[in-house]
Design a protein around this ligand. Structure first.
Ligand SMILES: NC(=O)c1ccc[n+]([C@@H]2O[C@H](COP(=O)([O-])OP(=O)(O)OC[C@H]3O[C@@H](n4cnc5c(N)ncnc54)[C@H](OP(=O)(O)O)[C@@H]3O)[C@@H](O)[C@H]2O)c1
Length: 279
């Protein structure tokens, strides 16, 4: 895919899927601006871009602060001249049920995962509307399409991202602005590692167990999600808008994954023992 001369803003570009996406766009000739709180993570991504002979700029800020959203769009216009592509990727998880969700958890998840997506999309779309050109790609989740117990505010927030995508796609279609989303399944990033650590499992064992519940029997690597976001942002997807593309190894085809990693650990120990005794 060729993004020469295109300008791209990637939120949450300091790690994981966002970093892979920013680097892929830079490698394809795009001028990229990433955002996030972590300056060290950003410095690594910018250095990696240089090695690919690309260029990535960084705006530091916390997207749960409303002013950061406005500042990011203003900086994008100042540094890039215009926004051709907005990738709303930044997001945070929550691993508690509805009954255990405090007001604070609910607000913090909604602020980053939903409010910021709306504020940034609206601001970028107002600029794109002037030029009657532009595209927005949101990073939702398979958990915006199916529900999983114990992840209340995350699931609700990602379902909201799905509807932001569909509603804005309709509102913006008359201005030739496309809006789509990816709904990734389990992807090997810091977010996945935090989830495994919370369960008290060694990282590699946790990854193995998560892979077991996915039809393709593995987790995704960040670039596999990044490539689909790039496709949706590209002219190759010129007739696509309002789509939410699951990139999940088949999970949403089978239904909600069983999340009890401890149970998986027991099952896979049992299977290994059975295999050993059969040998
Ligand atoms: N990994 C998965 O299995 C998976 C599956 C489905 C969907 N997703 C979605 O993919 C997206 C990226 O997640 P990831 O897996 O790549 O995790 P990650 O490595 O933890 O990346 C999350 C990114 O979001 C940014 N971010 C979080 N809170 C922020 C805040 N308050 N202000 C500004 N930036 C903030 C982080 O930047 P800083 O740390 O620099 O602030 C970081 O760059 C998320 O929307 C997530 O929901 C992930």
């Amino acid at each position: 895919m060729d993004f020469s001369g295109k300008t791209i803003v990637v939120t949450g570009g300091t790690s994981g899927i966002g970093a892979a996406t920013a680097l892929a766009f830079a490698d394809a000739g795009g001028r990229v601006l990433i955002s996030g709180r972590n300056a060290k993570g950003a410095a690594k991504v910018m250095a990696d871009a240089k090695r690919l002979s690309g260029r990535i700029d960084f705006v530091q800020g916390d997207l749960s602060d409303r002013a950061t959203c406005d500042r990011l769009i203003a900086e994008a216009v100042k540094r890039l001249g215009r926004i051709d592509v907005l990738i709303n990727n930044a997001g945070i998880g929550s691993r508690v049920s509805s009954l255990e969700t405090t007001d604070e958890t609910w607000r913090s998840v909604m602020t980053v995962n939903v409010d910021a997506v709306f504020y940034l999309s609206r601001a970028a779309a107002l600029l794109m509307k002037e030029r009657r050109s532009g595209t927005i790609v949101n990073n939702a989740s398979e958990l915006g399409l199916i529900a999983e117990p114990g992840k209340f505010s995350y699931c609700v927030s990602k379902a909201a991202v799905v509807q932001i995508t569909r509603c804005m796609a309709l509102d913006l279609a008359p201005f030739n602005i496309r809006v789509n989303a990816v709904a990734p399944g389990d992807t090997r990033t810091a977010m996945m590692e935090r989830k495994i650590r919370d369960k008290g499992l060694p990282i590699e064992r946790g990854v193995e167990l998560i892979a077991l519940r996915t039809p393709l029997k593995r987790v995704a690597m960040p670039l596999e999600i990044a490539k689909v976001m790039m496709f949706l942002a590209s002219d190759d997807a010129s007739f696509m808008t309002g789509n939410v593309v699951a990139v999940d190894g088949g999970t949403t085809v089978t239904g909600p994954p069983d999340t009890d990693l401890a149970k998986y650990a027991k099952r896979s120990r049992g299977r290994k023992a059975a295999e050993a005794s059969a040998r």
